[in-house]
Design a protein around this ligand. Structure first.
Ligand code: S3P
Length: 450
């Protein structure tokens, strides 16, 4: 089990290109595998989670070139087959997928192991529900504790037969003929919405989902690019099923959820001035930027453009003394993966930050309300847990300590950023999990300290 030791407290400076977007990488593999013919995906994220999705489709007979070799922790790595202009981070590559159409998958011989990836498992549920075969999905100890009823309920209404262990994986899916539904989701979850839309591909007619506030819309954008009829009205997304998917040629932007660690670091480490290039700024993902700006951060978007149907920009971040704010409501799903690192910003802000309406944090790779409260307390932060959030009273500096990741990649990286504003040596234990989303995280942090 590896650990990270953080000693630097120098200002951060220079330019980086963050790894590719994890959510979009998953969707590119899924939609290309179901398309008719050859898709080309540039700047694919070769981290453990999206590699699980590649392995799942390979198990079902899809040929995916550019992914081979061994990356440890049970997944294969990517062998680059093209030079990517965005390459800076270790995990960004070009892959080619030979899609076989909606009905081109073959029954997997063994259970599909989704590792740590909730996105792989929940999105696969939608597709496997529409197949003329049975299949099983499993995962690591963290994934086996995560709630799956949220996808089982709507998919069962569509006609799927899914059994679970009291709502958690492993799952056994008996696929078959599905019927369209209109589903009102009780949670703003892109994974739930996407599972239903992907199942909707297999239905004759229109399937729709409404959500309480808007979650990320990458599935909708990419299905549209593949020629599927998708209609979006306010918080309702509808899909017309059984149409052929066109192959994709797409370039995946940098992941704002990975850039987030440096956006916060640049904001809180005194005298920093950094440029983070090629970051996806899809408006369903930019809650972190809005919240940090409310806190007084000095963040400027440069070179705004569109790439493969997603908005992209370079982000300049300069140090600024932050002030505590109240965070809640519709902005929460737009920053859902950034709360661990936002807690670090709040811990060194002037005054109190109150986060509410974020109960979903309790069912992520770890219970991020409890894990962040426990670990930040070790660093001297006055932090109170709410059922659906946290109250954080900021202080000038953190106390260096030995902290845990709980096997959660975003907790591990957030605590590394906390170490940058601590007085001494911070040790983060159990950091192999960073490979799930951000290979080369420490190297990139080192680049900003040269
Ligand atoms: C994701 C959706 C979000 C997010 C997760 C990735 C996706 O989960 O937290 O890291 O790719 O669809 P929920 O759908 O559970 O909110």
């Amino acid at each position: 089990m590896s650990r990270i030791i953080i000693r630097h407290r120098k200002p951060l400076s220079g330019e980086i290109i963050p790894p590719s977007d994890k959510s979009i990488s998953h969707r590119a593999v899924i939609i290309s595998s179901l398309a008719e013919g050859k898709s080309l995906i540039r700047n694919f994220l070769a981290a453990e989670d999206p590699l699980r999705t590649i392995e799942a489709f390979r198990q079902m007979g899809i040929i995916i070139e550019g992914a081979e070799g061994s990356r440890g922790r049970g997944v294969k790595s990517i062998r680059p087959i093209g030079v990517d202009s965005y390459r800076d981070s270790e995990g960004s590559n070009e892959i080619v997928i030979q899609g076989k159409g909606l009905m081109g998958l073959k029954k997997p011989e063994n259970a599909i192991d989704c590792g740590n990836s909730g996105t792989t498992m929940r999105l696969m549920c939608g597709i496997l529900s529409g197949q003329p075969f049975s299949s099983a999905l499993t995962g690591d100890s963290s994934l086996l504790r995560r709630p799956m009823q949220r996808v089982i309920t709507p998919l069962a209404k569509m006609g799927a037969d899914i059994t679970s262990d009291k709502g958690c994986p492993p799952l056994n899916i008996k696929g078959g003929v599905l019927s369209p539904i209109h589903y009102t989701s009780p949670v703003a979850s892109a994974q739930v919405k996407s599972a239903i839309l992907l199942a909707g591909l297999y239905c004759k007619g229109v399937t729709s989902v409404s959500e309480p506030s808007r979650s990320r819309d990458h599935t909708e954008r990419m299905l549209k690019a593949a020629g599927v009829n998708i209609d979006i009205k306010d918080l309702i997304v509808s899909i017309t099923g059984r149409s052929e998917l066109r192959p994709l040629e797409t370039t995946i932007p940098g992941d704002i959820s990975s850039a987030a660690f440096f956006i916060v670091a640049g904001s809180i480490v005194r005298d920093s001035d950094i440029l983070i290039k090629n970051v996806g700024i899809n408006p369903t993902r930019t809650g972190l930027l809005d919240i940090l700006k409310m806190m007084g951060a000095d963040i400027t978007l440069e070179n705004e453009r569109e790439a493969s149907g997603e908005p992209v920009a370079d982000i300049n971040v300069k140090y600024s003394r932050l002030t505590g704010v109240d965070i809640g409501g519709d902005i929460v799903p737009k920053a859902i993966d950034e709360f661990p690192v936002l807690c670090i910003a709040a811990s060194v802000a002037n005054g109190t930050t109150k986060i509410t309406g974020a109960k979903e944090l309790r069912v992520k790779e770890s219970d991020r309300i409890t894990t962040m409260a426990n670990e930040l307390r070790k660093m001297g932060v006055d932090i109170e847990e709410l059922e659906d959030g946290l109250v954080i009273r900021g202080r000038e500096k953190l106390q260096a300590s030995s902290v845990q990741s709980y096997g959660d990649h975003r907790v591990a990286m957030s605590m590394a950023i906390a170490g940058l504003v601590a007085d001494g040596e911070t040790i983060i234990e159990d950091t192999d999990c960073i490979e799930t989303s951000f290979p080369g995280f420490m190297k990139m942090l080192g680049k900003l300290h040269q």
